[in-house]
Write a protein that binds this ligand. Sequence first.
Ligand code: AMP
Length: 214
Amino acid sequence: MSITIALSKGRIYDETVPLLAAAGIAVTEDIEKSRKLIFETNQSHVRVVLVRASDVPVYVEYGGADLGVAGLDSLIEHGGQGLYQPLDLRIARCRISVAVRNGFDYAHAVKQGARLRIATKYPEIARNFFAAKGVHVDMIKLYGSMELAPLTGMADAIVDLVSTGNTLRANDLVEVEPIMDISSRLIVNQASLKLKQAPLRAIIDAFASAVSKN
Ligand code: AMP
């Protein structure tokens, strides 16, 4: 029974490699040196597909992959429907925060009940956060380079992932409010879990045991 695992390039891929190894799975090619999207592994029935981070939940929901590794940010934006989420892998950890241009008095604007223009790739997370605070917002959906939005005057604030804070500092932005901690989760197609129970359980259990040792 073949198993397809959806991953995204970068931190998620790099930090999933040791977990795959714990399950006895190794990708046999250097993905960085290839333009391919499908990779064989040392196990003839297991293959890895590389997709954009925000597409991992979509591939797993619709059965393009049996399982995948997705950031909590991507999962919340997707909605999580049709997905079994058995494990917090505690990898690719960061936080999602509100950031503004240095000098913008965010606390004052919130206190005044000002309507804020928020630029973000994460409108669902941002909308829920500001709704819970009772802050009115106009959401501007972006697909990248969010830092530019406050600098050009297009937005008052951004909602973005922050790890070291270097990207914000380099663009004269300051983090004003953390929203939530983010890490990557193992996600599994619900039908696959029934149809391919034994091989998927073996992978889930190996990941769980590797995570508990980290
Ligand atoms: P940093 O400069 O270390 O704060 O990293 C911030 C930049 O890296 C932002 O552009 C984020 O979108 C991206 N980033 C940070 N952590 C992650 C993560 N765990 N997954 C995906 N992107 C991240």
